[in-house]
Design a protein around this ligand. Structure first.
Ligand code: BGC
Length: 753
């Protein structure tokens, strides 16, 4: 532990030695560039189809239906008599969830279910690094195997429609292109470990409010262009082996009995061969669900034989409402998946690994590229440790852990380095840390739903959290004193996984617990204060942006989050994260709120249509607080010499855009070059610009790197409603190259014949 730590908080704190174990080795990011490598998954195997048919012919109806529904919280029935094992699943997006009891949500109390806590979805997407998405998928895939699971309920890829969404932190982005480019390598990486992903939540599940019954209305073009692309590529390119049917309704049908979405789009159009697993308690019928394309019903504690795909389904067969042959179709798919992931019929299934230093390092590598530098106007960052003797570290988030807790899948981990521990690990011994908690995470009495509890129609699962936003005067004084008596201060504020949760959306963009006041008071006594926000979703940072000169955004960032953050603050790592969503100035500026179409009631209509996220802000000329794709570096990059090899293209060609990125600053660093496309005078409504390419590159200081962005012309297509297909419009397009959606450095025109 760092020797000179002075703790000023009235709350007793323990600092775990466990998580300080990482070496002080600093490193500059010198790994390979994130190239536009293409990732392709392996399809479901048909090698065993005859054996599977023979096996099914020996099964009783009861044995078959046992495979179609949960017979424990996270598994379906095996069939010892015929050598069919259980299908074992685990959450989730942050890493392999702790073991849950077989018949309740209570933790199983195992001592062998520790796992690496990986950065949440927002962190991964802020890296804008497709190779790290592959690393994440592969690493968590190894852990899934080591925990002897067959299906990991991840990745969670719903589009961020509103900044208030309770699961914004779990999801990737507001943009369909970034979403699919991260999803594909993630899925490919994970499934290379003989496990299946379960891509969730299919689909149109973009709010927690009324999620159990809300009927979502989205026009077809918006559905195809915004909400489905990542799901589609997960199937078509990455060959995802399973998908999770969402809770809500889409066009009047529950997603788990929505034949349009499951049979027509997913299977017939995209060629999905895997299985559809319901979200936990998202099924409402037997015959209809099965016929609409659902394969497995999972759920929360109730007698497992009462599941719709259990006894009620058997009864339906007996009275002739559905044939046994129809049931065989689903059993066969499940057995095909088991063979594909080598759960059956193979001796050489991968065994995986877990909690390894290599995996912690994967989590670190993602975290270090995810941190977004929002403001650095007085060059307070990186912290120059040679010029200071003391740092005030202020804020509950300096010590807050986010791996477990909250309402939603967490990870039981042996390592979660907090921001304070990260600084202790990385600061030289000569610097004293004066810690003050500053604000408390406090809630007014609230009725919080039990984990996994699902409401009946019309019932609310979880009341909005009511926070207590008055500061404790004594704690405020301690924070002010710590700041006054230190050469500089770092405030760790923002959110946490109790406040941002599954099953409820936030009420507004306000920072809870009196944090704005605390930050303002600290800034008054020590202007050398760096404000670090930790969270997963946009907040109203207007006042803080105005008053502080150094502002950093970090995430629920995994086992090594604190070390990665400290490395960025101290300049061992040059920040290269970019916002994967728009930070609005105020809630009403965001499309779902500007159109007054959130959260709806029994039904919600996505009235902003195609104009989700920055598409709205750019098209309607609304200035955001921080735009999509934004993030500073300690260096400055010059993007120049943007060229295309020619001006005219056919619809089957690829446009190669080359450009030079020169690092004219003092630090080696990574920049994300972004390509946005506009179609002037389009025959259809379009957003002012849309992301159609990006690449993250490492450029050493003083060096120039030539980058090529590949843009297949088919990426320019829009979804044609009458033709029900993707159509590429001929004519002029402008290609805009920049390092954020609002910082376009160069523009070129091309023509499509
Ligand atoms: C969530 C899913 C999760 C499932 C099992 C549901 O409440 O929506 O994302 O995988 O529970 O824990």
């Amino acid at each position: 532990m760092h020797k000179k730590l002075v703790i000023l908080s009235v709350i007793a704190v323990t600092i775990s030695m466990l998580s300080c174990s990482n070496s002080k080795k600093t490193e500059i990011q010198m790994d390979e560039d994130a190239t536009s490598k293409s990732y392709q998954g392996n399809p479901i195997t048909h090698e065993f189809d005859e054996q599977i048919d023979a096996l099914i012919s020996q099964m009783t109806l009861e044995e078959k239906t046992g495979m179609l529904h949960g017979t424990s919280m996270f598994s379906t029935a095996g069939l010892e008599r015929l050598g069919v094992p259980e299908l074992k699943m685990a959450d989730g997006p942050l890493g392999v969830r702790e073991e849950i009891s077989r018949d309740s949500w209570a933790p199983a109390g195992s001592d062998d279910d520790f796992a690496t806590y990986y950065p949440a979805g927002g962190g991964l997407s802020a890296t804008w690094n497709t190779e790290l998405a592959y690393t994440f998928g592969f690493s968590v895939g190894e852990e899934t195997r080591a925990r002897d699971k067959d299906v990991l309920l991840s990745p969670a890829i719903n589009i961020i429609r509103t900044p208030l969404g309770g699961r914004t932190y779990e999801y990737f982005t507001e943009d369909p292109f970034l979403n699919k480019k991260l999803t594909v390598p993630f899925v490919v990486g994970m499934q290379e470990n003989d496990v299946a992903v379960c891509v969730k939540h299919y689909a149109a599940n973009n709010q927690e409010t009324n999620r159990d019954f809300v009927d979502v209305q989205i026009d077809e073009r918006t559905l195809r262009e915004i909400y489905l692309p990542a799901f589609k590529d997960a199937v078509v390119e990455a060959k995802a082996y399973s998908m999770m049917g969402a809770y809500n309704k889409f066009r009047a049908e529950y997603l788990c009995e929505n034949s349009y979405m499951l049979n027509e789009v997913l299977r017939d159009e995209w060629g999905f061969e895997g299985i559809v697993i319901s979200d936990w308690n998202a099924v409402h019928t037997s015959v209809k669900s099965l016929r609409s394309g659902l394969d497995i019903e999972m759920g929360t504690p109730k007698p497992f034989n009462e599941f719709y795909l259990a006894d009620p389904l058997i009864d339906s067969v007996k009275v002739g409402k559905i044939s046994e042959a129809e049931i065989d179709v689903h059993v066969k798919r499940i057995l095909q998946l088991m063979h594909t992931v080598k759960r059956m019929g193979s001796e050489d299934r991968k065994t995986g690994s877990i909690n390894t230093e290599a995996h912690f390092k994967d989590a670190y590598n993602i975290a270090k590229e995810s941190v977004v530098l929002l403001k650095n106007s007085n060059d307070l960052l990186p912290i120059n440790t040679s010029g200071i003797n003391s740092i005030a570290v202020i804020g509950n988030n300096a010590m807050k852990k986010n791996a477990l807790g909250g309402f939603g899948a967490g990870v039981k981990t042996k390592r979660e380095v907090t921001p304070l521990e990260g600084l202790q690990n990385r600061l030289p011994e000569s610097v004293t840390i004066n810690y003050a908690e500053g604000y408390l995470e406090r809630y007014a009495p609230k009725k919080k739903g039990a984990v996994g509890q699902v409401a009946e129609v019309g019932e609310v699962t979880q009341e909005q959290l009511t926070t207590i936003d008055e500061l404790d005067p004594k704690m405020l004084e301690e924070a002010i004193n710590a700041a006054k008596n230190s050469d500089m201060a770092v405030i760790f504020a923002g959110s946490n996984r109790d406040f941002e949760t599954e099953a409820s959306d936030r009420a507004d963009l306000e920072l809870p617990f009196g944090q704005v006041e605390l930050i303002e008071e600290v800034l008054k006594v020590n202007p050398n204060t760096i404000v670090v926000m930790i969270g997963g979703a946009p907040f109203d940072l207007g006042t803080i942006k105005q008053k502080s000169s150094a502002l950093v955004w970090s995430w629920f960032n995994g086992s090594e989050g604190g070390n990665a953050l400290a490395d960025v603050l101290l300049g061992n790592v040059n920040p290269s994260g970019k916002l994967p969503w728009t930070m609005p100035k105020k809630l009403e500026d965001s499309p779902a709120h500007a159109t007054n179409s959130f959260p709806g009631d029994m039904s919600v209509s996505y009235d902003e249509g195609l104009l989700v996220g920055y598409r709205w802000f750019d098209t309607k000329n609304v200035e955001p607080l921080y735009p999509f794709g934004y993030g500073l570096s300690y260096s400055t990059f010059d993007i120049k010499n943007v060229q295309v090899e020619k001006e005219d293209y056919t619809k089957s060609e690829t446009i190669y855009v080359t450009l030079d990125v020169e690092n004219i600053g003092e630090y080696d660093g990574k920049e994300v070059v972004q390509l946005y496309v506009s179609k002037p005078n389009s025959e259809v409504e379009r957003a002012t610009q849309e992301l159609k390419g990006f690449k993250k590159v490492l450029v050493e200081k003083g060096q120039t790197k030539t980058v090529t962005l590949e843009l297949p012309v088919k990426e320019l297509a829009y979804y044609h409603l009458e033709q029900k297909s993707w159509t590429i419009e001929s004519g002029n397009y402008s290609l805009k190259i920049g390092n954020s959606s609002r910082d376009i450095k160069n523009e070129l025109n091309i023509n499509i014949k």
